[in-house]
Design a protein around this ligand. Structure first.
Ligand code: HEM
Length: 417
């Protein structure tokens, strides 16, 4: 026996999605008292789901595929066309192995060294500036880290422009109009830049250091024995650089959390128990970044009495699952200690997707993100001093991705303690 999937009212809710942003799915699961409902977005039916059980079925690859799930406008900005995010089955697992091979302990240790070095020199630079636009500066800092770690040469006079391009790719994902166009321009520019670099490596004119993403992507052989096109290799190198720059957003939110909850500063500096881990996890849970992720039904199936029809677009609510009242006590409070006793599950806490790294589509860079955030935020409370002038650090829940309105301004930044 099956039952109908609860329906959202309206002929098409694309405008409601743009207006409500991160709250679009949570508003409806709350009103309709359900973790599954059906709506219309961009002229098609979309089933939206939230919660641990929804995530578990969403990551069952016998039920869902990614082909045809990512809108073209997002591929043409954020991630690049036909990249890993859109692949399935054996081809996907092979490509995913390429990404995961870069995430060894040794490579993570190196990343942390680069992060620390770049914070040290950034604070030197900032100490000569009266005021620092924290978000912009941290994106640049992370771009320097990303390129060093990935083996990509970055000249000093390219730092600002290239990091602005990476920032524009990220900033465009939920946008229409100028922010979307900026994203398209940034994609063209950064792919051209990276194609030249990949070509130079393949011609032996540029040496990509062993173990780096640039080297791995340039020489990777697909299951058919052929190398990726220069274009595709460029896209996948950018799929490493761009999200490392994106960590700048979480670091900015982390700095704001430290500012708004001053008692957390001392705790983070002391790092008793595993406080730094809890703090970073709570930043990734509490602050909005990825709103949802999508897939299509592979074959008809029934789940919890609901019939899922082949080809239907299904959206898994990332933000709503991380704030789900069944999974989190007082989800709207920022409380790092909640992670002390957190019952670990690959499906209840999904800021970077759920399920498995090697087999599924869970973010390849989750460890990189956690490490870079810990090192950066510990540096902030232990190794530097700064003042925070009055400003508006609130953020819109309609803008995707969102950012604090002031972009976080600090003054008198200097090495400290
Ligand atoms: C996939 C979020 C950082 C590389 C994803 C997904 C999300 C996500 C939501 C899709 C999960 C799905 O659709 O099931 C984030 C966030 C980050 C971050 C919020 C923090 C800034 C990184 C970093 C890297 C990275 C630092 C690389 C160094 C990837 C790759 C995929 C991915 C390659 C595609 C995986 C696949 O399709 O198999 N990420 N990510 N991400 N992420 Fe991240």
């Amino acid at each position: 026996e099956t039952r109908p999937i609860p329906r959202d009212k309206g002929v098409d809710n694309t405008l409601a999605l743009m207006a409500e942003g991160y709250q679009f799915i949570p508003n409806r699961t709350r009103q309709l008292k359900t973790d599954v409902f059906q709506t219309r977005l961009l002229g098609q039916t979309a089933v939206c789901m939230a919660g641990e059980e929804a995530a578990r079925v969403f990551y069952d690859e016998s039920k869902f595929r990614r082909r045809g799930a990512v809108p073209k406008r997002v591929q043409k900005t954020l991630m690049g066309e036909k990249a890993i995010q859109t692949m399935d089955d054996a081809a996907h697992k092979h490509r995913k192995q390429l990404f995961m091979s870069l995430m060894t302990l040794e490579r993570l240790r190196l990343l942390n060294i680069y992060v620390t070095e770049e914070w040290r020199s950034a604070v030197e630079r900032w100490s000569t500036m009266e005021e620092v636009l924290f978000f912009k500066e941290v994106e640049e800092l992370m771009m320097r880290v990303a390129c060093r770690w990935a083996g990509v040469p970055l000249r000093e006079n390219e730092v600002e422009m290239c990091s602005r391009d990476m920032g524009a790719l990220i900033d465009s994902f939920g946008a229409a109009g100028p922010r979307h166009w900026k994203g398209k321009t940034a994609r063209k520019q950064s792919e051209d830049w990276m194609e030249k670099i990949v070509k130079a490596v393949r011609k032996g004119k540029l040496q990509a250091p062993n173990g780096t993403a640039l080297q791995a992507m340039a020489w990777y052989k697909q299951p058919n024995g052929k190398r990726m096109t220069t274009h595709m290799a460029a896209i996948e190198v950018i799929n490493i650089l761009r999200p490392i720059v994106a960590i700048g957003r979480y670091i900015t939110f982390g700095a704001i959390a430290l500012h708004e909850h001053p008692e957390t500063r001392e705790k983070l500096a002391a790092n008793r128990g595993d406080y730094s881990q809890w703090f970073v996890q709570e930043v990734r849970r509490y602050y909005p970044f990825g709103p949802f992720t999508g897939a299509r039904v592979r074959e008809n199936f029934v789940w919890q009495g609901y019939h899922f029809k082949k080809g239907t677009l299904v959206l898994l609510d990332i933000y709503g699952t991380n704030h789900h009242p069944d999974l989190w006590n007082q989800p709207e409070e920022f409380r790092p200690e909640r992670f002390r006793d957190w019952k670990e599950s690959p499906f209840s806490f999904i800021p970077q997707g759920g399920g498995e790294y090697d087999l599924g589509h869970r973010c390849a860079g989750e460890w990189v993100t956690i490490e870079a955030m810990k090192t950066s935020l510990e540096f902030l409370v232990r190794k530097m001093e700064y003042d925070v002038p009055d400003q508006d650090v609130s953020y819109s829940m309609a803008r995707m991705p969102t950012l604090p309105k002031s972009r976080f301004v600090i003054r008198n930044a200097r090495p400290g303690r």
